[in-house]
Design a binder for this molecule. Structure first.
Ligand code: SF4
Length: 503
C-alpha cells in the first residue's frame, strides 16, 4: 500500500501538511522534497514509519477480516516502492486525497501560481513507476482515499493511469471483501462505493499514522453540496479505540497528534446537538496516555460551538493543554458566506438548530466565545457559492471587516463542485469569474492572514517540537511568499474589468 508523496512525508504538525498539499511546481522540487515535505523513513523491508490513517485502517481491517498476516501487507512510500514491486506482489493499493488536483482548497491556491499541484504531479510520477511494473508482474491496482471521487468522475484518466478498480468511502464497509475477490482473481466492479461509514467495524491501528491522526468521529451529514461528507451521518468511535490509537502513536514517539473529525465539538452528540459530557469523558481518558506534547483539533462547526457554554469551552480547552504550551490552538470553521440563506441553500444542516437570519451574529458571537475561552478561530469563506449575488459578496466583505478586528484568520476558497451534475456544468469558481469585489474580499482575508498565520505557524511548530533552525527557515520563506501573493493580487487587479458605470 502506498499514498501519494504529499501524504508520505514527515510533518510535525498539521499546517505543515496542509501547506505542502497546496503547493504547485512553482516551488522547486528539492525545496518540497527536503524542506516542506521531507520523505518519511522506511525500514530495511521498505515499511514506512508512518502512513496515512486510511491505510493504517485498511491494514488493520485486512489483518482482522481479510485472512492476511502482517508479513502479507506492506505500507511503503513512493521512494521505496520501486524496490518493493516484483512477481510476489498481487495488489497495490494507492491512496490520495487529491489525485487529479481538484480539491477545493488546493484549486484555490493553484489558480494564482504557475505549475501543477504537487498532489497531482507526484501522483502521476508514482503511477509512471507502477504502470510498467504492473505490465511486467501482472498485479492489480486499486485506488482509494479521500480523493477517490476524482477518479470515479474521470474513469478514462484513472484507467489510463493504471487503476483496475476504485474504492470510494470507508474501507471497513466493503473493502475486505473486495480485496479478497481481487486476490482470488475474481472479477470485480470498476467502482465500489461504501454504503456506510463503517464505525462499528473499525479495528484499532497497529502502527503509527501520518501526523499522528487520531480518528474521533466519521461522517458529518450536514448536507453541504460541495463536500463528500454531506450525506454521511456522523458516527463516533468508541473511547477504547481512540485511546488505543493514541497509545500506538505516542508509544512510537509521535508526541504531536491531530484529532480527526469533521466537527470535534460534536463528539458523542446526536444529530446536530453536541454532548459535552461524552467529549469531556473522552478527553479525560486520552489524558491518561502519558507523553503527549500537543494535540491539534482541526475542524469544528460554528453551530456546535454556539451550543456550548463558555464554562464548557474553558473545560475543553483545559483538557487540550498537554505537555507543550500552545497559544494558537486553532479550530477550522466554515462560514462560507455572511448571507445565512445562501449558506442554507448549499448547506442545509450547517446553521441548524439556529435560523439563517441570525447567521452573521452567530459567527461573531462564536468568534468572541472562542477567543475568550482560549481557542484561535480559523474561518473559511467560499467565493462563488451557487446563487451568490454581488450583494452577498459585499455582505461577506462587511463581515470579514469585523472579523479582522479580532484575533482570527479567514481563508477564502473558490467554489469547487463535487457533484457530478455540477462538475459537468462547470459550476466552479475561477479567476475568470472573479470580480473586483471578490478580489477585495480575497486580498482582505489574506492581509489579515499575512499578519497572524506566521505567528500561528511558529507557535504550532514550537509546540510540536520543530527545531528552531527549521522554523526560522520556513519563516523566511513565508516572507517571500507574502511578497509573491501581494504581487499576484496587484497583477490580477489590473486584469479584472471594472464594473460599468451606470448614470
Ligand atoms: S459541515 Fe463541513 S464536513 Fe459537514 S458536510 Fe458541510 S462541509 Fe462537509
Amino acid at each position: 500500500m502506498v499514498a501519494d508523496r504529499t501524504l508520505s512525508a514527515r510533518y510535525k504538525m498539521l499546517f505543515e501538511g496542509i501547506f505542502a498539499t497546496m503547493q504547485t511546481t512553482h516551488v522547486p522540487e528539492f525545496v518540497m522534497r527536503h524542506l516542506m515535505s521531507p520523505a518519511e523513513r522506511t525500514d530495511s523491508q521498505g515499511r514506512a514509519f508512518t502512513a496515512p490513517l486510511g491505510l493504517r485502517r485498511i491494514e488493520s481491517a485486512l489483518l482482522a477480516e481479510g485472512g492476511l498476516t502482517a508479513s502479507d501487507i506492506i505500507c511503503t512510500t513512493p521512494e521505496s516502492l520501486p524496490r518493493m514491486l516484483g512477481d510476489w506482489v498481487k495488489l497495490v493499493i494507492v491512496s490520495s486525497s487529491d489525485p487529479l488536483g481538484q480539491g477545493m482548497s488546493n484549486t484555490t491556491t493553484d489558480k494564482f501560481w504557475k505549475g501543477e499541484l504537487y498532489t497531482r504531479y507526484w501522483m502521476n510520477t508514482m503511477m509512471e513507476v507502477i504502470r510498467p511494473a504492473k505490465q511486467k508482474y501482472g498485479f492489480k491496482v486499486l485506488g482509494g482515499g479521500a480523493g477517490a471521487w476524482q477518479w470515479v468522475y474521470n474513469p478514462k484518466q484513472a484507467r489510463g493511469q493504471g487503476f483496475d478498480a476504485i474504492y470510494e468511502g470507508y474501507f471497513e464497509d466493503q473493502g475486505p471483501e473486495l480485496v479478497k475477490d481481487i486476490l482470488a482473481g475474481r472479477e470485480t466492479p470498476w467502482h465500489v462505493q461504501a454504503q456506510n461509514i463503517g464505525v462499528d467495524g473499525i479495528h484499532p491501528i497497529k502502527h503509527p499514522s501520518l501526523l499522528g491522526i487520531i480518528e474521533l468521529s466519521r461522517g458529518c451529514g450536514k448536507g453541504c453540496r460541495f463536500c463528500t461528507m454531506a450525506s454521511k451521518k456522523m458516527g463516533h468511535l468508541p473511547v477504547d479505540t481512540i485511546v488505543s490509537d493514541l497509545e500506538v502513536n505516542v508509544g512510537a514517539g509521535i508526541t504531536s497528534v491531530v484529532s480527526g473529525s469533521e466537527d470535534f465539538f460534536r463528539y458523542g452528540g446526536t444529530g446536530v446537538k453536541p454532548d459535552f459530557d461524552k467529549l469531556y469523558k473522552l478527553l479525560t481518558a486520552m489524558r491518561r496516555v502519558k507523553g503527549l506534547r500537543f494535540m491539534q483539533i482541526d475542524h469544528g462547526n460554528i453551530a456546535s460551538i454556539a451550543q456550548l457554554t463558555d464554562d464548557e469551552l474553558f473545560e475543553i480547552r483545559k483538557l487540550l493543554t498537554w505537555q507543550a504550551r500552545c497559544d494558537y490552538l486553532w479550530v477550522n470553521m466554515g462560514i462560507e458566506s455572511a448571507n445565512g440563506h445562501l449558506v442554507q441553500a448549499s448547506s442545509p444542516g450547517k446553521i441548524a438548530p439556529f435560523s439563517p437570519d441570525d447567521w452573521e451574529d452567530i459567527v461573531l458571537e462564536v468568534t468572541d466565545k472562542m477567543i475568550r475561552t482560549g481557542f484561535f478561530p480559523v474561518f473559511s469563506v467560499i467565493l462563488g457559492l451557487p446563487g451568490e449575488t454581488p450583494a452577498d459578496v459585499q455582505k461577506t466583505i462587511n463581515l470579514v471587516r469585523k472579523l479582522i478586528t479580532k484575533r482570527a484568520v479567514i481563508f477564502p476558497i473558490f467554489y469547487e463542485p463535487v457533484r457530478e451534475d455540477e462538475i459537468t456544468n462547470h459550476q466552479r469558481f475561477t479567476l475568470e469569474t472573479m470580480t473586483l469585489a471578490h478580489l477585495d474580499l480575497y486580498s482582505m482575508c489574506y492581509e489579515q492572514n499575512f499578519k497572524l498565520v506566521p505567528r500561528m505557524f511558529w507557535d504550532n511548530q514550537r509546540a510540536a517540537g520543530v527545531p528552531l533552525a527549521k522554523r526560522t527557515l520556513i519563516r523566511a520563506l513565508g516572507k517571500t511568499e507574502i511578497h509573491a501573493w501581494r504581487s499576484a493580487f496587484q497583477k490580477l487587479r489590473q486584469q479584472i474589468p471594472s464594473p460599468a458605470i451606470v448614470d
